[in-house]
Design a protein around this ligand. Structure first.
Ligand SMILES: Nc1ncnc2c1ncn2[C@@H]1O[C@H](COP(=O)(O)OP(=O)(O)OC[C@H]2O[C@@H]([n+]3cccc(C(=O)O)c3)[C@H](O)[C@@H]2O)[C@@H](O)[C@H]1O
Ligand SMILES: Nc1ncnc2c1ncn2[C@@H]1O[C@H](COP(=O)(O)OP(=O)(O)OP(=O)(O)O)[C@@H](O)[C@H]1O
Ligand SMILES: NC(=O)CC[C@H](N)C(=O)O
Length: 593
């Protein structure tokens, strides 16, 4: 056996900020070195940020990434960290493969590099390219065909990239054949509500399959709609959990592992005698990187971050929303946010998330009562403003609506929607003037059914709860208040905003239930149709009334045009309105079965 001390850095890079991301790597590598690590590992595409989308197709961007990684290797050595092997993900190209999308030379690859002694000592590329859900990697990359196995202090360590672990065969099978003592994967795996232990179970299964420990390093932080929740971990060859990092935070965690030493030769063949046969499209390439084997020593205690109570899955969603809002604002240069506060639950929860993300002094509320606004809509909104200590302004919109109507007489729904549009215009005006990011307050049930006014309450730059069903919105509000109660803090959300029946208040005594079924029933049906692609017949077989199924499906399908114009917002489900679900707007197909 030989000992390896591994430092895993679940950092939060920013897409396109190559200098900033390399600085993050340097800082964490320095800390890893100070902790006596033999290897420091960073996430997938840490140098460029993830996902880079069509930036991958820009030759200049690929060149910048290749240069940045070489400069990073030199800089690490220049700062006395050259002896520490540092594993990073970066964007590279496979040379000589001809043109793709008009690029002059080489095709982009989602690459891995091991930096050592001032240079890129080892490089390879992701073999399995995910092309489902939010991922489009077949559009952007060509697959790698090698699995690097690196002799490091006597241990054979194989390196793979994210999806390579999720698919059988390929790199996983190659790691087994190569009798690696440890498989390290660099990842950028986005948060989804039901994904919690899926990654742990995957690592455990793969560890048993290949008979080697598995180290899994994930990214943290938000990038547009995606939230990377960290949760990096290590399991031993039996699949036992050895170390696990916290969720949603940056972290550097250092773990001592006792691992089988490789043979006299590197994994059975002299390191120079390569390459072997490609099996499953992957060829093992062996490298000798550094260091004498380290004699086994008493390992440091296990680092197991306490797991959240599985019952508090709603609490995890809340944390995800906060990270999504915080990083969208921070990474896009917004110091403050504005929300239109109605006294209802959607705007109350959106404001609370914004306050938790940026702080009360950076959230500005607009109270915009119309002639149909109830007494409680103003008093509940004012109560929330007071409890959370945010600044607010009140503008009565009736005279503004009246001025519009002097120019053009509108009736019925058109007149109702005008109120929402006046509010949207005021919000955007304030954003232009004072630089706030406007938050749209729509939830997923509203987005699904088209229950919002285009250019009215749907305006904004970011939509924090757009992937949360209305029933989850209530759950999140209750969870947040319960959390405050648990810690002895004042409850941020007025009970009345949670308990009153939802209303758009665009006409006298309007209730959401005038236009929509009860949310418990509606959300179940929407989740079955949108989340799992069930058709009419299946939904009716599940017990939903046929006329309701038909009506709801019609509403959902017709509202595609509205969703396309809705601001982005954090993905928390396995099927968000965005990358996960892409449907034509012009569409006459009705899913009957
Ligand atoms: N396929 C298509 N492609 C592009 N545009 C299309 C389109 N179909 C209609 N349109 C356009 O969309 C317009 C209709 O959409 P829109 O103007 O939004 O109006 P609409 O959807 O007719 O009405 C808004 C609904 O949302 C409800 N609402 C409003 C505000 C807040 C809340 C809440 O509870 O939060 C609810 C309101 O009570 C009403 O039921 C049409 O006049 C047309 O211009
Ligand atoms: N009186 C108001 N003042 C300020 N903003 C408002 C007002 N009424 C509506 N809005 C804005 O329009 C959005 C949609 O209105 P709506 O009343 O449907 O939502 P809500 O009050 O947040 O939640 P609910 O749908 O539960 O009532 C609100 O979230 C809010 O941002
Ligand atoms: N970046 C990736 O390859 C991620 C794909 C993987 N299946 C995940 O969700 O974690």
């Amino acid at each position: 056996m030989a000992q390896l001390r591994i430092a895993m850095a679940q950092v939060n890079p920013t897409v396109g900020d190559l200098d900033g991301n390399c600085r993050i790597v340097l800082d964490h590598a320095r800390r890893a070195h100070e902790a006596g690590a033999h290897l420091a590992v960073f996430p997938e595409l840490v140098v460029t940020g993830y996902p880079v989308e069509d930036l991958a197709l820009r030759n200049s961007f690929v060149s910048a990434s290749v240069k940045a990684v070489a400069a990073l290797a030199e800089r690490l050595a220049g700062e006395g960290l050259g002896e520490l092997p540092v594993a990073v993900g970066y964007l590279s190209r496979r040379a000589g493969v001809g043109e793709r999308y008009g690029q002059p030379a080489g095709t982009p690859q989602n690459a891995f590099a091991l930096l050592h002694r001032g240079r890129v000592a080892v490089s390879s590329a992701k073999h399995h390219l995910p092309n489902y859900g939010v991922f489009d990697e077949a559009r952007h990359f060509v697959p790698g065909e090698t699995l690097p196995v690196v002799r490091l202090h006597g241990v054979d360590v194989a390196f793979a990239v994210c999806e390579d672990l999720w698919q059988g065969g390929g790199p996983v099978a190659a790691a087994r054949r190569a009798r690696a003592g440890l498989l390290v994967t660099v990842n950028a795996s986005p948060y989804e509500r039901d994904k919690d232990n899926v990654r742990l179970e995957l690592c455990q299964r793969r560890a048993r399959e290949i008979g080697a420990a598995v180290g899994y390093v994930n990214m943290s932080g938000g990038q547009d709609e995606l939230i990377f929740d960290g949760d990096s971990l290590i399991v031993d060859a039996e699949g036992e959990l050895v170390a696990r990092a916290p969720k949603f935070e940056e972290d550097l965690f250092v773990t001592d592992l006792a691992l089988p030493a490789g043979g006299d030769t590197v994994g059975g063949v002299p390191p120079s005698e390569e390459p072997g046969e490609a099996v499953d499209g992957v060829r093992v390439v062996r490298h000798l990187v550094s260091g004498e084997p380290v004699a086994p020593y008493a390992p440091a205690p296990r680092v197991l971050t306490p797991r959240a109570d599985p019952a508090s899955d709603v609490g995890e969603v809340y944390r995800a929303l906060v990270v999504g809002v915080r990083d969208y604002a921070r990474k896009n240069g917004f110091a403050s946010m504005a929300v239109a506060l109605s006294g209802g639950i959607d705007s109350a929860l959106t404001t609370t998330v914004a306050v938790d993300a940026l702080g009360a002094d950076r959230v500005h509320a607009l109270l915009l009562p119309s002639k149909y606004s109830s007494e409680h809509s103003v008093s509940d909104a004012e109560e929330l403003v007071k409890r959370q200590g945010i600044t607010s302004r009140t503008v009565a919109i009736a005279p503004i609506v009246a001025a519009f109507e002097e120019g053009l007489t509108l009736e019925g729904l058109a007149a109702e929607n005008l109120q929402a549009r006046v509010r949207g215009t005021l919000l955007m005006g304030l954003s232009n003037q004072e630089g706030h990011l406007v938050l749209a307050t729509g939830n997923k049930s509203e987005l699904a059914t088209g229950y919002s006014t285009l250019y009215g309450d749907s305006v904004g730059g970011f939509a924090p709860i757009k992937d949360c069903w209305k029933t989850l919105v209530w759950g999140l509000a209750r969870w947040r208040n319960a959390e405050a109660e648990r810690t002895g803090a004042p409850l941020p959300i007025p009970e009345n905003s949670i308990s009153k029946p939802p209303s758009a208040e665009l006409r006298p005594d309007q209730l959401d239930t005038d236009s929509l079924p009860d949310y418990d029933l509606l959300d179940g049906l929407l989740d079955a149709y949108i989340g799992t692609d069930k058709g009419m017949r299946e939904l009716i077989t599940e017990g939903y009334p046929p006329e309701l199924v038909e009506r709801v499906i019609r509403m959902v399908d017709r509202a595609e045009y509205k969703r396309r114009q809705y601001p982005p917002g954090p993905k928390i489900s396995s099927r968000n309105f965005g990358r996960d679900r892409r449907l034509p707007i012009t569409n006459r197909w009705t899913p009957r079965s």
